[in-house]
Each structure stands twice: as structure tokens, then as C-alpha cells.
Ligand binder design. Structure first.
Ligand SMILES: [Zn+2]
Length: 294
């Protein structure tokens, strides 16, 4: 089953709700970066959050989520867009910690509790939109919720969930975002709060075979949900040898000559997806010529 995200309106427009299955997507990131359990959970939750926030964008619009905490994983950077594509990396992929008091992966211990969550949106306008909040939890779900309420002024409930297997592979990943629209009644909010308090971990439900449709039904009640769109979701990096060539040309003649004479070639690797690009001496001589022609 491929990953997808559902967009819905509920309670006749009082609520907007999104539910996401991202098991394959987070799995791809785990394999590419060879992340250990705590790093897998932290990167995976950030990817799920970035996909949920990205679901509010139009097709070509894109955003970057940066989590910068004082924990051992270091910073986490995830890019997403309005087409359900996501890519990301974590500064230290090799973090595993003893389980927390609840017996779960200690994401707070991995991310830290001091730091910031920053969202930068490129909406094709002259200036990018950027919002930043301090980390309030380090578990990330609460941090994304706090960001939505404080930076975008949309009261929301966000759940991010990643189930990591004993061999560090991803068993399931997913989440939800419920947004309260102006005019929502107390009765509606109380009903949803009760459901949120009762719902088991989304990744556990998905591991047991549930789909985003069933997650929305659990959270909002089947009769209240109207699904508007089903969007495929995937890990996708837009790097290429051409892009890295442009970056090498920008280094200038002097640096390229050094790479040729001292290293007889160069290796470039993409932070986001881990792809490597090799440049032979001949490649570099061509790039130096282009740099000189500028
Ligand atoms: Zn890449």
C-alpha cells in the first residue's frame, strides 16, 4: 500500500482535518540515512509534521521545517511541498537512547527541550514567509501544535507517530492534523477532544492495518467527515549532478584548480537523500572552463 494523505472538511466546515500514512516515505529516509531508533523517530515525526503542514500549500509552493534542539540528534531539516513530496535529514543519524518512562522511544531526549522550530514557506512571492517558535516539548507533536497556534494563529491538534522495529527499520509512520475554523461550536470541540484523548497511537493503528480513512472516522466520527482529496505522498529529492556542477562552478577557478591538482577529482553528496556524485579530473577541467567563461 502506497502512502497518501487525506484532506477533509468536517462538521459542515467547522473543522478541517488531515490524516496521513507515511510508512514507505519515512522508511525510505531511514534507509537512505541509516538512522538509528531515536534518530528515526525524530526525523520521521518531523517528516510527518512537514507533510501535514505542506498539505495546506498549493502545488508548487514549498516549505522547510527546521528543528534545532539541544539534544544529541542535532538539527533536523525537512522540505515538503503542495504535491506531497518530502525530503529531509538529521544532523546525527546514529542516536539510540534507553526507552523513556512510558517505555517508548525517547524523542524528547533525542531532540532536546531547548531550541526552536522554524517554518519557512516559499509561496512563489517576492518574500518567503517565516515563523519561529521555541520548542515547548521536544516530542515534536506538541511543538508543531504550538507552532500552528502561535505562528499561524490556527488552533490545531497534531499527532505525529513513528513505530520503529527492533532492527531500526520503520514498521509504520503517520499522523493527523485537526484545525479549528472560526465558528466551531463548543459541542464539536468537546466531542473531538474526547476522541483525541481516546485514540491509540496512529502508527500502531496503521501497523494493525488501519488507513487514514479510519483514522479520520475515529477522530471525528464517520458521519461528520467529508473527504475532499486523496494525495499521494512520497520521499523525493530534486538533486542532480547538474545542480552540484552549478555549485562547483560558483566556487571559482582557484578552488576548482586545487581540486584538480590536489585531489584529482571531487565527490559531492546530497544532505537530503545521500546520493553521491563523482567528478573526474576531466569533469572538473570542463567546469573550470565554465567558471572562467563567467
Ligand atoms: Zn538529493
Amino acid at each position: 500500500m502506497s502512502d497518501y494523505l487525506l484532506k477533509s472538511v468536517c462538521y459542515e466546515g467547522q473543522i478541517r482535518a488531515y490524516a496521513l500514512c507515511a510508512t514507505e516515505t519515512v522508511s525510505e529516509a531511514q534507509k537512505r540515512h541509516d538512522t538509528w531508533s531515536a534518530s528515526s523517530a525524530a526525523l520521521g515525526r518531523t517528516m510527518v509534521g512537514a507533510l501535514l503542514l505542506g498539505a495546506t500549500l498549493k502545488g508548487d509552493d514549498k516549505m522547510t521545517v527546521k528543528v534545532d534542539g539541544d539534544g544529541p540528534v542535532g538539527h533536523i531539516v525537512v522540505d515538503s511541498n503542495g504535491r506531497g513530496e518530502v525530503k529531509g535529514y538529521i544532523a546525527n543519524p546514529s542516536v539510540s537512547l534507553p526507552p523513556n518512562a512510558a517505555g517508548k522511544i525517547d524523542v524528547r531526549g533525542a531532540v532536546g527541550t531547548q531550541g526552536t522550530l522554524t517554518v519557512t514557506k516559499d509561496l512563489g512571492l517576492k518574500e518567503a514567509f517565516s515563523g519561529q517558535v521555541p520548542l515547548v516539548s521536544g516530542e515534536l507533536g506538541e511543538d508543531f501544535t504550538y507552532y500552528m497556534a502561535n505562528s499561524e494563529q490556527v488552533p490545531s491538534a497534531i499527532g505525529l507517530s513513528v513505530l520503529v522495529d527492533t532492527d531500526d527499520s520503520i514498521k509504520a509512520a503517520g499522523g493527523f492534523m485537526i484545525q479549528v475554523m472560526p465558528g466551531a461550536t463548543d459541542e464539536t470541540l468537546l466531542a473531538i477532544e474526547k476522541n483525541i484523548a481516546e485514540i491509540p497511537l496512529v502508527s500502531k493503528l496503521m501497523d494493525a492495518g488501519e488507513q487514514p480513512e479510519e483514522i479520520l472516522d475515529r477522530l471525528l466520527g464517520k458521519e461528520n467527515v467529508k473527504v475532499l482529496e486523496k494525495m499521494p505522498v512520497s520521499f523525493k529529492c530534486d538533486c542532480s549532478k547538474e545542480r552540484f556542477s552549478t555549485a562547483i562552478i560558483a566556487l571559482g577557478e582557484h578552488e576548482i584548480t586545487e581540486m584538480i591538482e590536489e585531489d584529482h577529482g571531487a565527490e559531492a553528496s546530497c544532505h537530503f537523500c545521500g546520493n553521491h556524485y563523482h567528478y573526474s579530473e576531466t569533469d572538473l577541467i570542463e567546469l573550470r572552463a565554465e567558471a572562467l567563461a563567467k
